[in-house]
Write a protein of this length. Structure first.
Length: 276
């Protein structure tokens, strides 16, 4: 007598689908079976779904996001969208969701920033290792091209200019200094140093001299030639503040002949590249 039944859940898509299996006892009629199946389905599925819907709406009205609600209610996100079509949130609840979205965006941006920093460090380290030990010819050519980019050039009609190189990057200035000393074999006493800096940094001159003295491995006494540039208060220059140390210029005494040789070396580099 009666009906044997079972409510068996299995995963279908993103939701649980319930399958009702009925096995009649003795001569139970099909009508009774259908009525019982309907009641069983309604009580365990429809009422259960209605309870989940009510719970989800309450959570939404509390200001929870979809992802937070899905931790408590086992339905698809598309189902939540249908349930929430007519749910209106108070300003405080909207603000909470907005703040959560903004916080998530910030966390994502920070994670991407950290990833870029890590990737950049790996690339730079790998690329650095690709530069093997440089021989004298390679160092000589590097200095020639560096002077071509940043040095004082010989002009047509004026061939008396001496070698002068200026830059605000201490490593670049140091590299050119070592090029003069170690590759071109210029005596250190023949190199003059000058500092060019904006006049609003006069109070930092001692600090500026120590900075260049350290990076160029010279005595502060060799950095007495300081030239001040007029400061524009409305400037948009980035090189301001305590990280600004001006520009250092290296000059070689009686070096017009060397400057002409550098001009010839540059022409040789250009011709080797097939540039007209």
């Amino acid at each position: 007598m009666g009906i044997r039944s079972g409510l068996h859940p299995y995963r279908g898509g993103e939701e649980f689908v319930f399958v009702i299996s009925l096995r009649p006892r003795n001569s139970q009629s099909n009508s009774e079976m259908n009525d019982y199946a309907f009641r069983l389905w309604y009580d365990q599925v429809v009422k259960g779904k209605q309870h989940e819907r009510e719970r989800a709406i309450l959570l939404r009205q509390s200001g929870l996001s979809y992802s937070e609600i899905l931790r408590h209610v086992s339905v698809a996100k598309s189902t939540l969208s249908l349930w929430f079509r007519d749910v209106h949130l108070a300003r405080r609840q909207q603000q909470r969701l907005t703040e959560r979205r903004r916080s998530a965006q910030l966390r994502g941006a920070e994670a991407r920033h950290r990833n870029r920093i890590e990737q950049t460090a790996l690339i730079v380290d790998r690329s650095r290792k690709e530069v093997k030990k440089l021989d004298q010819t390679a160092k000589w050519l590097i200095g020639v091209v560096l002077y071509w980019a940043e040095g004082s050039k010989q002009r047509n009609g004026y061939w008396g200019g001496r070698v002068q190189f200026g830059n605000s990057d201490p490593r670049m200035a140091r590299l050119f200094q070592k090029w003069l000393l170690e590759v071109i074999k210029i005596d250190s006493s023949e190199i003059l140093y000058e500092i060019y800096i904006h006049e609003n940094n006069k109070y930092r001159i001692s600090e500026v001299k120590r900075y260049w003295s350290t990076h160029l491995s010279v005595s502060p006494r060799e950095l007495e030639r300081i030239y001040f540039k007029r400061h524009n208060i409305k400037t948009n220059r980035k090189n301001q503040g305590n990280e600004y140390y001006g520009l250092v210029r290296l000059s070689v005494r009686a070096s017009s002949a060397l400057n002409r040789r550098i001009t010839g070396w540059v022409e040789g580099v250009v011709e080797n590249w097939g540039i007209v």
